[in-house]
Ligand binder design. Structure first.
Ligand code: GLN
Length: 473
């Protein structure tokens, strides 16, 4: 519509700014910058008029508040950074700007991306637009709620152990975690550096491909970014499912899975078969070790990454203190919330002398075995289908006092991060309470095109990705 001038970027941007304003109770945004957004929209309209536009020219977007944005608050959902105005742009921010998109603002998230319900945010919980008594998932909960309630057409989140896919599943959206190294992590506040990856949360696989195209590619400022050619993701969407083999692990579809979720996945698999795909049995025998392995590695890395927040170089500094040590202690005690503190303590413990071999090194070995399981499975299939989450969205406060129950939410998502693989979660139905069900498609390393094409084929013949929560139509 922008390109055919059915609507201008200013009109589109105003529309979404108004929706954001009318739906503040969802708490999806931490920062909205209407003035800059409208100024950029005016610029975009000029480019659209003289046809000098780029891939995303004029398209309003929002970013998870973990991406540095020059001149704008980048809080990472924490009191620690509640006063941090970034002096530079993350690579993701820079590339989306360069592609012509219009930044509406920054979305709410779990503190330092630690959580599965968006309840650990210093800025308060986010509500799920499908049922405001439920969580939107986390840690990119604000991003998912914003797209689901149509407060913006698409957002970018991050996924360390499921934080793009799980909220996408809970909010009826498409969420892509690309292969590790596909998108630069420069300027993205680090949680667990060997697992973190940015990716789009969108309405469709087609939109995800569009955003991925704009963000992917080598960046010399991130030493783990891959110096390889970026494929054309959009034309690849047309690849049909005919003859594609889809691996299914029986151990992922056992009786511990919510029956409605199971039924939704089975129905989606039948649709894949109708589209020409062939289902094959695979085994992922060590996936059950994913959660303990992830919660050692991620927390060890987090304890190291978060040591930079000392009240001197960044962030919150306590007003009252006796000496230097006390200043560090008071600043960190005040700046971090309970979940972040819990994780720093566990991570520091796992890395300490005497425990390093028993926990950290052991977890690294298990990580390798989990990655090998996937490699073996891909000898037998082109892609793997699995549930994204064991249940649909749960109620607010239901799991806040039980960290292990909260962690178990990520049982199907963390193995993918440990192996560095790409995966996309797509909506495949609604449960009996009319809450969205998600299914993830996991690909071999760097095969984003393959899983996006499969998701796109499915979305051509099913309505789920077009469903909007009733209160927000
Ligand atoms: N929910 C997981 C955790 O709490 C994953 C978070 C993420 O992917 N950022 O660590």
């Amino acid at each position: 519509m922008l390109q055919t001038k059915k609507i201008s970027s200013v009109e589109l941007t105003s529309h979404f700014l108004q929706r954001i304003d009318q739906n503040r109770e969802l708490n999806a945004f931490i920062t909205v910058d209407a003035e800059t957004a409208l100024a950029n929209a005016r610029q975009a309209d000029i480019s659209l008029n003289d046809k000098s536009g780029d891939l995303l020219t004029g398209l309003p977007l929002a970013l998870k508040d973990i991406f540095c944005t020059r001149g704008m608050l980048t809080s990472c959902g924490s009191r620690m950074l509640a006063n941090f105005t970034s002096p530079y742009d993350a690579t993701v921010t820079e590339r989306l700007n360069a592609a012509g998109s219009v930044l509406l603002g920054k979305t709410n998230m779990d503190e330092f991306a630690m959580g599965s319900s968006n309840e650990s945010s210093y800025f308060g919980p986010v509500l799920n637009p499908w049922n405001v008594d439920c969580v939107p998932g986390g840690s990119s909960g604000g991003s998912a709620a914003a797209v689901s309630a149509r407060l913006c057409p698409a957002t970018v989140g991050t996924d360390t152990g499921g934080s793009i896919r799980q909220p996408a599943a809970f909010c009826g959206l498409t969420g892509l975690k690309p292969s590790y190294g596909r998108i630069s992590r420069y300027g993205m506040v680090a949680f667990a550096s060997s697992l973190d990856q940015a990716g789009p949360i969108t309405q469709s696989a087609e939109d995800a491909a569009l955003l991925l195209q704009a963000m992917a590619g080598f960046d010399p400022r991130d030493s783990t970014s891959l110096d390889i050619e970026v494929p054309d993701f959009l034309p690849a969407l047309k690849t049909s499912l005919d003859g594609v083999t889809v691996g299914v692990a029986a151990s992922f579809l056992d009786s511990t899975l919510d029956p409605d979720v199971l039924a939704g996945i089975e129905e989606a698999l039948r649709t894949f078969e109708n589209l020409g795909a062939r289902l094959v049995d695979i085994e992922l025998p060590n996936s059950s070790a994913g959660i303990p392995c992830y919660y050692v590695i991620a927390l060890a890395e987090a304890s190291s990454n978060l040591s930079r927040f000392d009240g001197v170089r960044y962030g919150h500094r306590a007003e009252q203190y006796d000496d230097l040590m006390d200043m560090y202690e008071q600043s960190r005690a005040e700046g971090f919330g309970d979940e972040v503190k819990r994780r720093i303590l566990i991570g520091t413990y796992a890395l300490s002398a005497g425990y390093y071999d028993a926990y950290y090194l052991k977890a690294q070995k298990i990580r390798r075995i989990i990655a090998d399981d996937f490699r073996n499975a891909f000898q037998r299939c082109d892609l793997i289908a699995a549930p994204t989450t064991p249940t649909t969205a749960f109620r607010l406060s239901e799991k806040v006092d039980d960290p292990v129950a909260m962690y178990l939410n990520d049982i199907f998502t963390v193995p993918v991060n440990l192996a560095g693989l790409p995966a996309v979660s797509i909506p495949v139905g609604l449960d009996q309470a009319a809450m969205p069900i998600g299914m993830q498609l996991i690909g071999p390393y760097l095969e984003e095109s393959r899983i996006l094409a499969a998701a796109h084929s499915y979305q051509q013949v099913t309505p789920w990705h077009q469903r909007i929560p009733e209160a927000f139509t």
